[in-house]
Design a protein around this ligand. Sequence first.
Ligand code: BG6
Length: 486
Amino acid sequence: MSSTNNDLPTSIVIFGASGDLTQRKLIPSLFNLFRKGRAPKKLHILGFGGAAYSDEEFRKHLHAGLKEFAGYAFTEDDWNAFAPKLRYFQGKYQELEDFQKLAEYLSALEGESANRLFYMALPPKLFPVTIENLDASAQLIENGTWRRVVLEKPFGTSLESAITLNQQVHKALQENQIYRIDHYLGKETVQNILFTRFANTIFEPLWNRNYIDHVQITVAEKVGLEHRAKFYDSVGVLRDMFQNHLLQLLMLVAMEPPASFSASHLRNEKVKVLSAVQPILPEQVSANTVRAQYKGYRQEEQVNPNSSTATYAALRLFINNWRWKGVPFYLRSGKSLAGKQSQIIIQFKEPPLAMFPMQTMKPNLLALYLQPDEGVHLRFEAKAPDTVNETRSVDMEFHYAQEFGPSAIPEAYERLLLDAIQGDASLFTRADEVEAAWALIDPIIRTWETHQTPPLASYKPGSWGPAEAYDLLARDGRRWLDEEAG
Ligand code: BG6
């Protein structure tokens, strides 16, 4: 964490301030940081956008959002203390003049030299021009202060576009000024993957190909398109969920222990493991991937009636290093499934010698439940009472809600915003990491889109996905552990 300059005023400028993200996530998170006394003492939050709001109208809009989306109770006194920090500035992203006016406005507001965090809650096509105009209006010069830019996902739509975007932002910014968001990294339970692995000694000796049979990573969503049909139809599940969230989970499960929790140590290890993932070559795509669309998708409003966009995918990946060689990592995610369930299941190998009847025995599992019922389970075999030699599977369980209270888990953005303000980039993705993730996902997308291979499967909304995804594991003599879920 950088310790410099944090006594100076801090301005947070949100580009795309009239959008959903600001009202639903960013302001509720900043307000909660303020209530907890974690926000900078001298703070200005300026919304920038095309819509015409007065400061008062903007505050009213955000206040209404807090009531609907905050997820915590707050008093009007808290709000009245926070509201004066919020202001609105109307402008156009393409207009340099508007950025020059913004610079003047901010300087007058701050009254002294100040740190600035620029948050791009914008469609990615506006990132380059916005950064260019910030640069051209001399707003990225640090000179004893700091300037940081937070970029929302998606970061590119392909390897090529991600490389281009990195080049564009690097024209005006050093890598250590860039904070690329993957909100999964802000989730407490996702960070808990690292704590489970590296704050304990009992798992590490087992965490390898000698004891682990395979790993399952599931991010199932009950929701469908949620008013984003047009965007989603052009993107699909691999770009929307795998290139970022699922590969992040895989990196945290599979990485080597870093030398420290610092951004560079942590991210070096993440990139290292990602680079060791065996790429799926075009001729291997059929055998190692499943793509599917839920029934009725093409009839959804704003979806192309001939769309072949996948709303569900399953992948089988291997990591070519000493720790993981030969251990399959099965990843799946989809929309309109039976429930919201994000979990990682580590299945251990069976005992080498069958001393007890194998019919009743199940392999040991370590299940990390990321949401909604956050916790950790360890399944092991116990002797079934009053039998000669039968076993029964039992669970050791830890649940966040039980241990720390029902609302102990804050919104992911709260942590990420605080880290960006404090200059800790550990939970943000680095340029090479984003590109390595695209390098894995891109060839699969290209094979899917150009050759329509494997054929697009379908599944019933409200199910756990297509039969083909079950076949993918059945071919290896394994199965998705749906019923073990949370
Ligand atoms: C977003 C995707 O990044 O993550 C959405 O664009 C998805 O399609 C969302 O619904 C899931 O996030 P969470 O936090 O609800 O698991």
